[in-house]
Design a protein around this ligand. Structure first.
Ligand SMILES: [Fe+2]
Length: 144
């Protein structure tokens, strides 16, 4: 249940990061586009690792019929130069990812499942790194 929801989020994130990285246009958008492209690979990797862990636990990762789209703030902005809107959407996605992975760590600890604890800790650290990078971008683009 927890894994399936995370895999769905990873794959929805891939879709929206790709779309936004294509839609954004502005000289100053280049850094964000690069960052989104790099994170697409990472998110796909997370979905793969979680799927493999499910398989090891004798279950299968979900197909798309199990999915409901949820990332409203990550839809491409009407103004294709609105980099800040995309940055805020990405920060929503990262914030939304972090607490479920913290919960997964706790659940896996309680279930005495160290392999899942390790995986969740590794993914959590990656998301926190990405969030702090995005916070830096937000400062720069909003002139805070
Ligand atoms: Fe991320």
């Amino acid at each position: 249940m927890y894994f399936e929801a995370r895999i769905q989020k990873n794959l929805e994130t891939v879709t929206n990061y790709r779309t936004n990285s294509i839609v954004l246009e502005w000289i100053r958008a280049q850094e964000i586009k690069k960052s989104l492209e790099a994170d697409i690979a990472e998110e796909l990797g997370h979905a793969g690792e979680l799927g493999q862990r499910l398989k090891q636990l004798n279950a299968n990762p979900p197909g798309s019929a199990a999915f409901t789209a949820q990332q409203e703030s990550l839809q491409p902005p009407e103004d294709s130069t609105d980099v800040l809107a995309v940055i805020n959407g990405v920060l929503d996605a990262e914030d939304g990812a972090i607490s479920p992975y913290q919960q997964l760590v706790e659940l896996a600890q309680a279930a005495d499942d160290p392999a899942t604890v390790d995986l969740a800790v590794e993914i959590l650290a990656g998301e926190e790194t990405h969030r702090s990078e995005l916070r830096g971008f937000r400062k720069e683009y909003s002139g805070d």
